[in-house]
Design a protein around this ligand. Structure first.
Ligand code: AMP
Length: 586
């Protein structure tokens, strides 16, 4: 471990927390040294994520170790060894080759957590195409928007998702050349314009040689949302694997023989960086559960699968807290040694509850789609500071900044001051662009910093504390939702004149999506219309994004220049002071 001066032997590596001395490891750390933990392609042909995750473990003694253990929602269990995963992903890379997909083409997946998703992801990376996951609870509208922006050429999905969500929008997607369907319970009927995923996989050769891969070659496209405009495709490169790998080691304290469970869905960035790549590059056994949260099921998995490192999210922790500690006590969870959480603020009570329920605290960490990997964390060897996101990873410089009216970026050095959380660019998993939107990308950087859009503060010991978002995006059950995407669909309804969407605080989901609408002449507010609008939005947007509440207003508050003031609607909803309303339309 060249980055860790204290760890000298295999035994040290197995027993000492990887980041046992923050200052020492930080001081000795360099990204070049972190890169040295990986193999690189043979003959100096570059750095490829799938090679590091799978190929290098697929020969020799480790080849039969389980890479992914898949738990189906109906009780099925399937083990994929590194060797088997290598073979299946070779086959998928060959399928892409046969279809004529070339380096850089976007291969989208719309599926739940099923083995084919993981095969597609890693096979796509081998082929040097770009893997783009879509959350399966999206409705047709968010799917259409993302496939269009990303100019998808290949889509892998299930038969039922295709029929419910894609068939109806297919003709609006001229770039989409190939749709590969995974049969659901019964084998696929022939749907026009589609091919059978498994048939193609079986027919494809089982060996594949990864071509030269520059660390700057595009690898992953993750969609995220802002306050305005369409969803943004954050592009990550193959070199990001250095950050995936080393943050797994340092922030999640991965050790050989760990059994790791990341509960996030690969439709969101955590489920890819830590649900696919990092555990495999670190040669762990990674648990994938197809089913959704259910407390007994989850504790059963932790016990039966002997999970040692568990990465989950505050919404899930709050749901467990609601069920109570007594249930946890029925399970033997002695294997569990490290618990981590990400995606939303982790309330101090949740950290304390972790101690009561599991005998260990949850370690909060912070990052976002654009950063590609964990940037700030509470580490295994340090006492958790409940309520704090922790300290920056080695190799990461974080600061609290204020942008002045003239666009200068000023670093707030004094502890306790609130400002925008900013990071010094240059870590390997930093996004390289918003797909086809260079202007939007450029706006994220100023004065030599990447500006995260989060407001935070730093204490005297260098711990960072989350304060809130600087913009109007909504976090619901850990998922980032752009209000504009929801508003755009609502105003397509014949009765709606205007719509504004806010995040309304919720004790479990953190926020729920709430919409305010004003109606066109000739329409009156009623419960029936509210239900109709809720249903309309749900059909188009899907359960993950659609508003849970809709309120009618005669008009929506606007600035004199005509912009709807979501901030004001939120303040009124929360009964808070309305702030500066000088620009409010009379
Ligand atoms: P996403 O890009 O969807 O992963 O969302 C990233 C955003 O989630 C961040 O910019 C934060 O607003 C929020 N977030 C992520 N992790 C944390 C955390 N540990 N504490 C507070 N907010 C978080």
């Amino acid at each position: 471990m060249p980055w860790n001066p204290i760890i000298k032997s295999r035994r040290d590596w197995e027993t000492i927390p990887n980041l046992h001395d923050y200052e020492a490891v930080r001081k000795g750390f360099s990204w070049e040294n972190a890169r040295a933990e990986l193999d690189g392609l043979p003959d100096g042909q570059g750095l490829n994520m799938a090679h590091e995750a799978v190929v290098r473990h697929a020969t020799g003694a480790q080849a039969q170790q389980t890479a992914i253990r898949w738990l189906g929602k109906n009780g099925q269990v399937e083990n994929y060894s590194y060797a088997r995963l290598d073979e299946l992903t070779n086959r998928f890379a060959n399928v892409l080759q046969t279809l004529g997909a070339i380096k850089g083409d976007r291969v989208f997946v719309l599926a739940g957590r099923i083995p084919e998703l993981y095969i597609t992801a890693l096979g796509t990376l081998k082929h040097r195409a770009v893997f783009c996951p879509l959350f399966s609870a999206f409705g047709p509208e968010p799917i259409r928007a993302r496939l269009t922006i990303g100019q998808a050429t290949v889509l892998v999905t299930t038969e039922s998702l295709y029929q419910r969500k894609v068939a109806g929008i297919r003709e609006t997607l001229p770039h989409l050349k190939h749709v590969l369907l995974i049969g659901d319970e019964q084998q696929s009927t022939d749907l026009p314009g589609t091919q059978n995923f498994h048939q193609l996989l079986e027919q494809a050769p089982s060996t594949y040689r990864i071509g030269p891969t520059d660390p700057e070659d595009a690898a992953l496209l993750h969609f995220t949302s802002g306050t305005t405009g369409t969803p943004k495709g954050a592009l990550h490169v193959h070199g990001a694997v250095v950050a995936h790998h080393i943050t797994g080691t340092l922030a999640l304290d991965f050790h050989p023989m760990d059994i790791f469970w990341c509960t996030a869905d690969p439709g969101w960035v955590t489920g890819t960086s830590y649900g696919i790549i990092a555990p495999l590059t670190n040669r762990l056994t990674s648990i994938v559960d197809e089913a959704d949260f259910e407390a007994e099921r989850w504790y059963g998995i932790l016990q039966d699968q002997r999970v040692s490192v568990w990465y989950t999210a505050p919404t899930a922790i709050r749901m467990m807290m609601k069920v109570g500690v007594a249930l946890v006590r029925k399970y033997d969870l002695r294997r569990l040694r490290f618990l981590a959480s990400v995606g939303e603020p982790l309330n101090p009570e949740a950290v304390v509850w972790g101690e009561q329920a599991f005998g260990r605290p949850f370690h909060d960490n912070w990052w976002q789609t654009e950063t590609g990997g964990i940037m700030i964390a509470n580490y295994a060897a340090m006492d958790v500071r409940p309520g704090s996101m922790g300290r920056p990873l080695p190799g990461i410089e974080a600061g609290i900044v204020k942008t002045t009216e003239s666009g200068e970026v000023e670093v707030l050095k004094e502890p306790g001051l609130q400002g925008e959380l900013a990071l010094r660019p240059g870590w390997p998993s930093m996004f390289r662009s918003y797909w086809n939107e260079p202007e939007r990308y450029k706006k994220c950087f100023a004065g030599g910093w990447y500006l995260t859009g989060d407001v935070a503060q730093k204490d005297a010991d260098g711990y960072f504390w989350f304060v809130g978002r600087a913009d109007d995006v909504i976090k619901t059950s850990g998922h980032l939702i752009g209000p504009f995407e929801v508003e755009s669909v609502l105003i397509e309804h014949k009765a709606v004149a205007e719509a504004a969407v806010i995040g309304k605080p919720d004790p479990v989901a953190m926020e729920i999506v709430k919409a305010f609408v004003s109606l066109k002449d000739g329409y009156e507010p009623s419960d029936a219309l509210r239900r109709e609008l809720l249903g309309f939005a749900r059909t188009r947007l899907g359960a993950a994004i659609a508003p849970k509440e809709i309120a009618f207003l005669p008009t929506l508050p606007k600035t004199r220049s005509g912009k709807i003031m979501r901030r004001l609607l939120k303040a009124r909803e929360l009964g808070l002071p309305e702030g500066d309303t000088s620009t409010l339309e009379a």
